[in-house]
Design a protein around this ligand. Sequence first.
Ligand SMILES: [Zn+2]
Length: 92
Amino acid sequence: MSGSLSCPHCSAQAVVRTSRSESPLLRLSTLTCRNAACGHQFEAYTEIVCTISPSACASGEICLPTNSHEENRALRTRMSEPESSSPGANFE
Ligand SMILES: [Zn+2]
């Protein structure tokens, strides 16, 4: 699997020409379509959105949500559970 983007118009592979860091979590890249007949140039953001496996030398300035399958499952379970104790419902 290639990490580069495809042209949204002709689906040919695009080449990164320049890229600059907007923030530690965000990069803006300028890409050119490899298809000479297309010639599309475009910009794309690469954003780091979550942690899958934590860093061993974590920076205190970086705050990312974790994306572990167990946490996601726990969250879904919690959200789908009906309210077990609605206040006042069993009040006598
Ligand atoms: Zn193209």
